[in-house]
Ligand binder design. Structure first.
Ligand code: PNS
Length: 168
C-alpha cells in the first residue's frame, strides 16, 4: 500500500522521542502503523496491551491521531509488513551510535525482504538522549519524568515503581 508506513519498536514505554517521530511520520504518510514488538523471551516492563494503551492515550486528541493505527506483533517484522502489504519501515535515529545497529537491522530486513525499505527520521535535537532504558532507570529511582515521557506514561511508570520509590 502506498502512503503507508510501519513504525516498529519495543515502546517499553513510549517516550517523547517516539512521539516526536510519530508526529513527523503522521505528517508524511496517510497511514502509520505503530507496531509494538512483543517478544516473550524478553522481559518487558509493560505488557503488549499496556504499551498499546499508553500510546493510544498519549496521542488522543492530536490532529494527526486518526492517521495512526497501533498493533502488537511477535516474530519477524518483515512478515508483519508483508501481511499488511506495507513496504516502508520507519526508524528514529538519535545519534551516530544508533547507526550501527539500525544499519544492520535495515540491511537484514532488506536481505530478507528486498521490496521493503527502511526510512530513518531524526527527532528534535533536544530529545536525542532519551531512550526507553534511561526512562526506566529514572522511573525506578523516582526521578522527575516530565521531560522524558508523556504525562500518562509518567503516571503509569510511577504506578509501576510505587512500592520501590515509597521507601526512598
Ligand atoms: O525499540 P527497539 O527495541 O529498538 O525496536 C527493535 C525492533 C522491535 C524494531 C526489532 O528488534 C524487531 O524488528 N524485532 C522483531 C524481529 C525482527 O524482525 N528482527 C529484524 C531482523 S534483525
Amino acid at each position: 500500500m502506498k502512503n503507508s508506513a510501519i513504525y516498529p519498536g519495543s515502546f517499553d514505554p513510549l517516550t517523547n522521542g517516539h512521539l516526536d517521530i510519530l508526529k513527523r511520520a503522521a505528517q508524511m504518510f496517510e497511514n502509520v502503523v505503530v507496531t509494538v514488538a512483543v517478544n516473550n523471551k524478553k522481559t518487558a516492563l509493560f505488557s503488549g496491551d499496556e504499551r498499546v494503551e499508553l500510546i493510544q492515550e498519549a496521542i488522543m486528541g492530536e490532529a494527526w491521531a486518526s492517521r495512526v493505527e497501533i498493533e502488537q506483533f511477535t516474530g519477524l517484522l518483515i512478515n508483519f509488513a508483508r501481511k499488511r502489504k506495507i513496504n516502508i519501515l520507519l526508524r528514529g535515529v538519535r545519534q551516530i551510535s544508533d547507526f550501527e545497529y539500525e544499519f544492520r537491522m535495515a540491511l537484514t530486513n532488506r536481505r530478507l525482504a528486498p521490496e521493503i525499505d527502511t526510512v530513518f527520521l531524526m527527532p528534535d535535537e533536544q530529545l536525542t538522549f532519551i531512550s526507553g532504558s534511561i526512562v526506566r532507570e529514572v522511573a525506578e529511582w523516582g526521578g522527575d519524568l516530565n521531560s522524558f515521557v508523556p504525562d500518562n506514561v509518567a503516571e503509569a511508570l510511577r504506578e509501576k515503581f510505587k512500592k520501590r520509590t515509597e521507601g526512598l
